[in-house]
Design a protein around this ligand. Structure first.
Ligand SMILES: Nc1ncnc2c1ncn2[C@@H]1O[C@H](COP(=O)(O)OP(=O)(O)OP(=O)(O)O)[C@@H](O)[C@H]1O
Ligand SMILES: [Mg+2]
Length: 438
């Protein structure tokens, strides 16, 4: 089969065991001038073979297939040719599949059924990311830049560029939002710098509630405004908390989350890097392009887990993913939240299980967190002395130190030296005080 490398056409290989689905996919893409179906395979093995032969830009891969399934096939494809992007297709309710696919190297997931527009947009997005990533492929440099600069052109981060710290958990309800809000406030308190909090938990964001903020202006207003967001627009949309923290609240309705694309998020966050010294980002548990964009831009990803086995299992998977994404080990930190020294597995044992050091432990405090919820005032603001707050404040100090060396004054932000974000040998810092003491 002769295939011309037609300038800008996105060349797609379909892999699905059901002939009708293969035909439907072709029909869905029939009118897309910039997308070309260059082949179709009916199982994973054939898919791998055809990928080698045809070198598509993207493989549109079904998960469930007899013989070699989509996950195995994706793994092989990603290993053989990292330039080939895999877009996985799955049916609803297969959350575990999504995670496994990501581990196998898939770049995007489509939940069946999807429209032709969703499909085409998704293929374009994945292709565009791949092109950008290749363009930004690391040139050898004296100080190895992190190979994570795939969505943006890599510019060595100068100290005056705001530091993006994102908190995430693949498992819901472990306290990501609680810690994000408290950490942002703690950073503000510790640094007196310009701190922003972004609720990128777009569907069910509750940062506005945790801080008792008006939700009349949200991120949805930013994306609905014409043109690129600028400082003026942002100042009109950001909610001002009495602490001095500026907050970009999530859309008021879950369905509005779809309005916010990963491109919007990238534009917002890069603008915030100019407007703020620290940008704390709360995320939802959905693994998608938006999340990956936040991860890529972040200097520090804080994985939040509890000591429960199910959460730890997810945490372990997460670190395997970040390894595949080739993030430097120092970029990902693990925080144990809601830790109960009596009931939970010992921190040392947890480290052994998930093979990642624990950077910090925030103790369980049902009373303080519940009271904070009712009042709409986070714990660090009202009960600074309790172990929960001390642990969060210690976390803030640690994150602050990482950006500006302890010896440097706060005004080091104006300093123009182009220091790399982290020393090449930077190991995760020593665990901060357990329970805020000792
Ligand atoms: N250290 C803690 N001790 C006790 N309770 C906590 C602690 N941290 C968080 N919580 C409680 O756990 C619950 C879940 O917290 P939160 O909403 O922050 O989690 P999340 O990971 O953001 O959840 P979601 O997946 O819904 O976004 C809340 O009731 C919160 O008050
Ligand atoms: Mg949350």
């Amino acid at each position: 089969m002769s295939v011309t490398r037609d300038n800008k056409k996105i060349r797609v290989l379909i892999v699905d065991d059901i002939q009708e689905t293969r035909e439907n996919l072709k029909k869905l893409l029939y009118f897309e001038d910039d997308i070309e179906i260059i082949g179709a395979a009916s199982n994973g093995r054939e898919g791998v073979e055809q990928t080698t032969a045809l070198k598509p830009d993207i493989v549109l891969m079904d998960i469930n297939m007899p013989g070699m399934d989509g996950i195995q096939a994706s793994e092989l494809i990603s290993q053989q040719d990292p330039n080939v992007q895999v877009v996985m297709m799955s049916v609803q309710g297969e959350a575990d599949y999504l995670r496994r696919s990501m581990l196998a190297g898939a770049r995007e997931f489509l939940i069946k059924p999807f429209s032709s527009e969703e499909l085409a947009n998704s293929l374009r997005r994945v292709h565009q990311l791949a092109v950008t990533r290749r363009a930004a492929a690391p040139a050898p440099a004296p100080v190895a830049p992190p190979p994570d600069a795939e969505y943006v052109q890599y510019v060595p981060r100068k100290p005056q560029v705001g530091k993006i710290i994102t908190l995430f958990s693949p498992k819901g309800g472990v306290g990501v939002s609680t810690l994000a809000v408290n950490l942002a406030l703690a950073l503000r308190e510790e640094t007196r710098a310009r701190v922003a909090l972004v609720d990128a938990s777009l569907q069910f964001g509750d940062v506005g509630v945790l801080l008792n903020l008006p939700t009349s202006r949200t991120i949805a207003d930013v994306v609905q405004a014409k043109g690129e967001p600028d400082e003026e627009l942002m100042n009109g949309v950001l909610a001002a908390h009495s602490s001095g923290l500026k907050v970009l609240v999530a859309p008021p309705q879950p369905e509005m989350a779809e309005l916010v694309t990963h491109e919007h998020l990238r534009a917002i966050l890069t603008l915030f890097q100019k407007m703020f010294d620290y940008i704390v980002v709360d995320t939802g548990k959905a693994i998608n392009d938006s999340l990956l964009t936040v991860f890529d831009l972040a200097e520090q990803i804080i994985l939040v887990s509890t000591g429960e086995m199910s959460a730890l299992k997810d945490a372990k998977l997460f670190f395997e993913v970040t390894q595949k994404l080739e993030y430097p080990p120092s970029k990902t930190l693990l925080i144990l939240n809601r830790y109960d020294a009596k009931g939970d597995v010992k921190a040392k044992d947890i480290e052994a299980i998930i093979k990642h050091p624990i950077t910090g432990i925030v103790p369980r405090d049902d009373k303080a967190t519940a009271l904070a919820l009712t009042r709409g005032i986070p714990v660090v603001l009202t009960q600074r002395g309790i172990p929960f707050s001390q642990a969060v404040l210690a976390m803030a100090r640690m994150l602050k130190r990482e950006q500006a060396p302890a010896a440097a004054p706060a005004s080091a932000n104006k300093n123009n030296s182009a220091a790399p974000p982290a020393a090449p040998d930077s190991k995760p810092k020593k665990r901060f005080a357990l329970f805020g003491r000792g």
